[in-house]
Design a protein around this ligand. Structure first.
Ligand code: SF4
Ligand code: URA
Ligand code: URA
Length: 240
């Protein structure tokens, strides 16, 4: 591959860019592998992991900056805050909702209203903390009166959530509600009641579509179905 380790680790040089540093670590680790070591020593594994999650943090931060005070679609007119998403940049599990609501728009954080309380309970029941997973939405700005995001808005914004997924590379995604499943699968006719509970594929990542927590607040009798879906996700994470 023509990759060479640099002679002197540039760590001491002032002004070196973080990305170069991470790249050096990665090349050193790759070199080690090319020498025929199948598994890295534990300390190097930890370095590798740390380098990975530092570069994911940096990439998410860069994406957030790129979105900026976005006016790319008409949802920008009435929103207060862009709600980027939050959580562990190196998460194995990612939740993807639809769009920020009122509380999310005010706080610039995803899922912090009533639906968020229910989602947080699900996450905890699955044995995680909110900070262990990553939570984002298909569109980053609140639609007026919480209407569904429209096709043009989704079409313009969806690239951002797709890039978040591409950076985080979770082992599994749970999509919340019809709009999220529809966007990630590209199936505009999809019926959430028909497809929830079985794994679909998003660019090689298992995708479990389930109900939206706001729907479950209105239809609490369906909560057990979402719990069934969550258990399938947990089984997949355990089996891997
Ligand atoms: Fe930009 Fe997305 Fe907000 Fe539209 S919804 S203004 S594309 S961040
Ligand atoms: N509903 C969503 O889809 N996303 C949020 O962040 C909050 C409510
Ligand atoms: N309809 C939706 O849009 N979402 C759900 O989660 C359930 C029904």
């Amino acid at each position: 591959m023509g990759r060479e380790m640099k002679n002197s680790p540039a760590l001491r040089e002032e002004g070196i860019r973080n990305a170069d540093f991470l790249h050096d670590i990665k090349s050193a680790l790759e070199f080690y592998r090319e020498l025929g070591f199948e598994r890295l020593p534990l300390r190097m594994q930890k370095m590798n992991h740390a380098a990975d999650s530092m570069s994911k943090d940096a990439a998410l931060k860069a994406l957030r900056e790129e979105i900026g005070d976005c006016t790319r679609c008409k949802l920008s007119r009435e929103r207060r805050n862009v709600v980027f998403g939050e959580g562990n940049s190196d998460a194995s599990l990612m939740f993807i909702g639809e769009a920020p609501g009122r509380e999310e728009d005010l706080q610039a954080r995803p899922f912090v209203g009533d639906a968020g309380t229910l989602l947080t309970r699900l996450i905890e029941k699955m044995g995680f903390k909110r900070e262990d997973v990553y939570i984002a939405n298909i569109v980053k700005c609140r639609p007026p009166q919480n209407r569904d995001p429209e096709a043009d808005e989704i079409g313009i914004c969806r690239g951002f959530v797709e890039r978040q997924i591409g950076i985080i590379k979770p082992r599994v995604i749970m999509s919340l509600g019809r709009i999220s499943a529809m966007t990630l699968t590209g199936d505009v006719k999809l019926k959430i009641t028909a497809i929830r509970g079985s794994f679909l594929d998003y660019k090689g990542i298992p995708l479990m579509p389930t109900f939206h927590p706001a729907y479950l607040i209105r239809n609490p009798r369906d909560k057990w179905l979402t719990w069934t879906d969550a258990q399938r996700v947990l089984k997949l994470l355990r089996d891997e």
